[in-house]
Write a protein that binds this ligand. Structure first.
Ligand code: URA
Length: 435
């Protein structure tokens, strides 16, 4: 079957068999199918969709386009978490050592920040010396011995997705549920995990702006992940304001350490416990979510999870002294307070704009090749529903000063929505979706 015939079949609303999909994606990976044909197929799928069976087949073929890790030498069931991304989302930094300390292996392969969202790799690399470019052999050893390793995407993981995503990005075919689902799951399934907890965010700082779209994505992820033979649970979580108070790489590491010491902002601890409890149940070390939550709370409060994070930092060439001495983390030279200019109730915000304000300071990238400054970012002092008086601090910018910080202040202010009447705080969670 020629690529043209497969594209035509999908264009006309037909169904692709598993063999068709495997053949097509093999051609995408080895270059025998041209970029314009892969793009045309993406557009045909965008308009015609894919059935669940087709999406499972597409996911498996993308997973199998590269290395698929096998964990037959582990003492435990490997489980990971994936978040669809947001502003101030540092949960992975806390969750990975915490869940590992509870006895569930976490082979975590993460990404970098782009646009208004941050990335776990950038946050980790703000710890002096920390390396995320470990060899696969070393990664395996860390997961076996410490229960956790934290590395970046390698060229061997799901190369078909890498190629196709780059084409989707420039052909307006990213916003397509079956393609998003197969893209996310192919990379996670290549980690060789048995269980996956998905944090699907909705809101002004999320990939999915509305709760309805996020629910649709979460349901499809759970169905396709289950169809691929994995245990998958999704939680819908709010991203209409940053998670926790800190936005920016080293600032987020410091805030994660607060949670690992039993403190930190309530929303961040709560999110970590909820997602972590799901991981413990999928990993078979707890039978009920309540029991799992309580256990994770004890591991945070006792310092056991913090100790595990220290071991991981050391094993990944980072300086574990940051645990006791935060001044070893990169620190910005200038702090600029942003004060309320009039009284009011914070009724909402454009959370993506808050992320862009942090990016403008140097915390994030507009393009993949941009260089970030690990020290800068912003610290939020208000949450939706808070009433403020004139002169009350809304945020503190950690920055190098100058024009960029003036622009970031203006952007941050314009992102906030004010009201004169009371506004309820935002819920942290939506539905839980499982098979
Ligand atoms: N994130 C991914 O990894 N893939 C998509 O298609 C969209 C978001």
């Amino acid at each position: 079957m020629r690529a043209t015939d497969l594209i035509r079949r999908k264009r006309d609303g037909g169904v692709l068999s598993s063999d068709d999909i495997t053949t097509f994606l093999r051609g995408v990976t080895d270059g025998s199918i041209a970029d314009y044909q892969a793009s045309a197929m993406a557009m045909a799928i965008f308009f015609r969709g894919m059935s669940q069976d087709e999406t499972v087949a597409w996911t498996m073929a993308m997973r199998d386009s590269g290395t698929v890790m096998v964990w037959d030498d582990l003492d435990g069931i490997p489980v990971d978490k994936h978040s669809t991304g947001g502003v101030g989302d540092k949960v992975s930094l806390i969750l990975a050592p915490l869940v590992a300390a509870a006895g569930v292996p976490v082979p975590m392969i993460s990404g970098r920040g782009l646009g208004h969202t941050g990335g776990t790799l950038d946050k980790l690399e703000s710890i002096p010396g920390f390396r995320t470019d470990l060899s696969v052999a070393r990664f395996r050893e860390l997961v076996r011995t410490l229960g956790c390793g934290l590395i970046g995407q390698t060229a061997e993981i799901a190369p078909a997705d890498k190629k196709l995503y780059a084409l989707r990005d420039v052909t307006a075919t990213v916003e397509c549920i079956p393609l998003i689902v197969s893209s996310i799951l192919s990379k996670k399934l290549a980690e060789g995990i048995d269980g996956l907890v998905l944090d699907v965010k909705w809101g002004s700082g999320a990939f999915m702006r509305t709760l309805e779209d996020a629910e649709q994505l979460a349901e499809a992820l759970v169905q396709v992940g289950t169809g691929a033979g994995k245990q998958v649970v999704a939680r819908l979580t709010d991203m209409n304001q940053p998670l926790g108070r800190m936005v920016g790489n080293a600032l987020e590491v410091a805030e994660s350490l607060d949670v690992l010491e039993g403190g930190g902002p309530a929303d961040l601890r709560e999110m970590t416990l909820e997602l972590g409890a799901e991981m413990l149940v999928l990993g078979g070390v707890a039978t009920a979510l309540d029991e799992a939550r309580a256990r994770l709370g004890r591991l945070l409060d006792s310092g056991a999870a913090r100790e595990r994070f220290g071991q991981i930092i050391e094993a990944q060439h980072g300086d574990p002294r940051v645990l006791d001495d935060r001044s070893l983390l990169p620190t910005a030279p200038v702090r600029v307070p942003v004060l309320a200019e009039s009284p009011g109730v914070l009724s909402g915000m454009d959370c993506a704009e808050v992320g862009r304000a942090a990016s403008e300071l140097g915390a994030g990238r507009a393009r993949a090749e941009d260089v970030i400054d690990p020290a800068v970012g912003l610290e939020m002092h208000v949450r939706v529903g808070d009433a403020v008086a004139v002169g009350q601090p809304l945020a503190t910018l950690h920055c190098v000063g100058g024009a960029a910080s003036d622009a970031a202040v203006a952007r941050f202010r314009s992102a906030l929505r004010w009201s004169s009447s009371p506004t309820a705080p935002l819920p942290l969670f939506g539905r839980r979706i499982s098979a």
